[in-house]
Write a protein that binds this ligand. Structure first.
Ligand code: 9Z3
Length: 361
């Protein structure tokens, strides 16, 4: 009989099999030490702490990774939400995909809003006349909004309210999530988990992964040993287009349902867990979000569709009214300087307001 897939096992058994597949991320001990110190500080202040996850996870196809499968997410939801949590007095652990959008800097770091567009060179003053260079400054029209973002950013940084921890792969994400949840135990009911990261449902077990870059064409016999893929990825004959090029066949296992373990094992007693559900087919969204809430018995699922995620979400809760839509009216959607309509924070959307400083796409 074939061994059960980790995605089909009891959650606790699947957990140990999954975590035995991969070595912990190299940065984990450092991240854990930073998180412990962060938690200690905020436990003493009796402050609420939220773990915000943000950005997409990758699934590497090779151990020495050249190619990978990615999950869609720019990090806008996570980074925007983190700013709102900070404003509400939370300390934020921001577990994010490396190089995705970050709280505060997101206003100026998106490719359609290059930070250089906000800058200008001042005319040379008497002091700088010799060099002929004026100082670099923020353009007049952006002074107010940039000052406000800068102040909030400085406040969060100087008061140690924001801890930035990056991940890349789905296994790194899992290790980090488990560790952070356990480290947050002293926070108890002051802990909140806000899981906006787009997490892959599939992975290739490390034991069955190709070590080196998968080759797309035939190699001479004496070189084949080092380059051939492992069991789960193989390059076969390309029947439709006979040539010396191979087709790639990838066989992925389901990732264990980590939300079970978060709710029932890792997270502190009395903490709150909010997850997101992303769909593209409108007819599935509410059903899938409800099913997730029933399955994991947590507190809130926020459903969104890829195409409308910036203006419309649905809150699915165990209590009445069970389903509540939050929509930003068209007239209230903010624009970036490139003219692209922007996401507003959920809190503002509920009040029917826009976020005045939002500049990212
Ligand atoms: C989301 O649904 C997020 O809202 C988005 C945000 C990824 C759509 P952006 O970063 O996008 O603002 O560009 N996140 C959760 C996606 C996800 O993978 N959910 C899992 C699922 O749908 C459950 S944890 O099954």
């Amino acid at each position: 009989m074939a061994a059960p897939l980790v995605g089909e096992m009891e959650p606790a058994a699947a957990e140990s099999v999954y975590f035995n597949e991969y070595p912990p991320p190299k940065a984990l001990p450092k991240h854990e030490a930073l998180a412990r110190a962060f938690i200690q500080l905020h436990v003493e202040a009796n402050r609420r702490v939220v773990l915000v996850t943000s950005g997409g996870t990758t699934v590497p196809l090779e151990a020495q990774t050249v190619r990978f499968i990615d999950n869609f997410s720019a990090g806008t939801r996570g980074a925007t939400s983190a700013e709102y949590f900070l404003e509400q007095g939370y300390a934020v652990i921001f577990l994010h995909r490396q190089y995705s959008l970050l709280p505060y800097s997101r206003h100026y770091s998106h490719s359609t809003n290059c930070f250089l567009d906000f800058m200008d060179e001042a005319p040379p003053s008497a002091d700088s006349a010799e060099s002929g260079h004026g100082s670099i400054m923020v353009r007049d029209e952006y002074q107010d909004q940039m000052r406000s973002v800068l102040r909030k950013y400085r406040y969060a940084k100087q008061n140690n309210r924001l801890l930035l921890l990056p991940f890349t792969t789905v296994s790194e994400y899992m290790f980090e999530l488990r560790s952070m949840a356990k480290i947050m135990r002293p926070i108890g009911p002051n802990a909140l988990f806000y899981l906006a990261a787009a997490v892959s449902d599939f992975f290739i077990p490390r034991s069955r992964m190709a070590e080196h870059k998968i080759q797309s064409s035939e190699l001479p016999a004496h070189l084949q040993g080092s380059a051939v893929g492992a069991d789960d990825i193989y390059t076969g004959e390309n029947e439709e287009q006979p040539s010396n090029r191979k087709k790639l066949v990838v066989n992925l296992d389901p990732v264990p349902k980590f939300l079970h373990r978060l709710v029932d094992g890792w997270a502190p007693e009395g903490s709150m867990v909010v997850s997101f559900k992303l769909e593209t087919d409108p007819s599935l969204l509410v059903y899938k979000a409800r099913t997730a809430l029933q399955r994991y018995s947590h507190h809130l699922v926020i459903g969104n569709l890829l195409s409308t995620r910036k203006w419309e979400v649905v809150f699915i809760t165990p209590d009445e009214p069970h389903e509540r839509w939050i929509r930003v009216p068209k007239s209230k959607r903010s624009k970036s300087i490139s003219g692209v309509e922007d996401q507003v924070g959920l809190a503002e959307a509920q009040k029917g307001n826009t976020v005045p400083l939002d500049q990212s796409e």
